[in-house]
Design a protein around this ligand. Sequence first.
Ligand SMILES: NC(=O)c1ccc[n+]([C@@H]2O[C@H](COP(=O)([O-])OP(=O)(O)OC[C@H]3O[C@@H](n4cnc5c(N)ncnc54)[C@H](OP(=O)(O)O)[C@@H]3O)[C@@H](O)[C@H]2O)c1
Length: 237
Amino acid sequence: MSIILVTGANQGIGLEFVRQYAADGWEVIACCRTPEKADELQALAKENPAIAVEKLDICDHAAIDALGDQYKNIPIDVLLNNAGIIGPVPIAENIHRQHFGSIDYSVWQQVIETNTFAPIKLAEVLVDNVAASEQKKIVNITSNVGSIVERCLPAIAYGTSKTALNKATTVIAKQLRDRDIIAALFCPGAVKTRMDAWGNAGVGIEESVSSLRPLIDSLTMSDSGSYRDYTGRTIAW
Ligand SMILES: NC(=O)c1ccc[n+]([C@@H]2O[C@H](COP(=O)([O-])OP(=O)(O)OC[C@H]3O[C@@H](n4cnc5c(N)ncnc54)[C@H](OP(=O)(O)O)[C@@H]3O)[C@@H](O)[C@H]2O)c1
């Protein structure tokens, strides 16, 4: 049986990944920061014993190390770094804190710690688990807002955090090639989740995840270091 670890598994895109992979017969390590409030995830886990719910704040590096110890020697086919933030919630009320002229640097720091440091730290800690698996994939959920040429939104913290994640992923893709590990970046589209604070998103959660899963399934080494969206289109860096 294949095993996937999903971060941010309690809502939005992460929860849907858990639902779909579990329904497809995968074992799912579903990480979220407050399992006691993750009602939908807990209900799924109650129905399906192949879902293990783990408490994990991805900014807590000691907790990531502890998770690594807990799962030592367990193969993880897909490390799916999904959890991320645009910025503080409520999003629309706080977005000016990452606009040039009124930047709150503590917000920028928090966004970088969440969207850039955390997925790379998880990859560092769990790389042996991925290497020991059949599929050997690290998938980082990014955004086309991280593209330097395709999008120029004023959300400086969010955009730069994803640009940095993209760059870091290309570096680890190259470094991990000799261990047969594939590292790839996917933008899920503008999806109707909490992140869609302005109600502009056109892509449903189910649609995004149903589109991403075959792309993840069919990843080969030639895709390592690639940056694509949920339709499979390559995004310009
Ligand atoms: N929705 C879009 O239009 C869109 C577009 C491009 C990229 N993305 C990316 O897609 C991914 C998923 O976002 P989403 O749309 O599903 O947004 P969401 O509904 O806001 O979900 C974000 C998830 O990340 C979790 N998270 C945030 N900080 C965390 C932390 N420190 N520790 C553990 N979990 C944490 C949240 O947990 P809590 O519930 O505890 O806050 C939540 O489960 C993100 O990486 C995002 O950047 C989304």
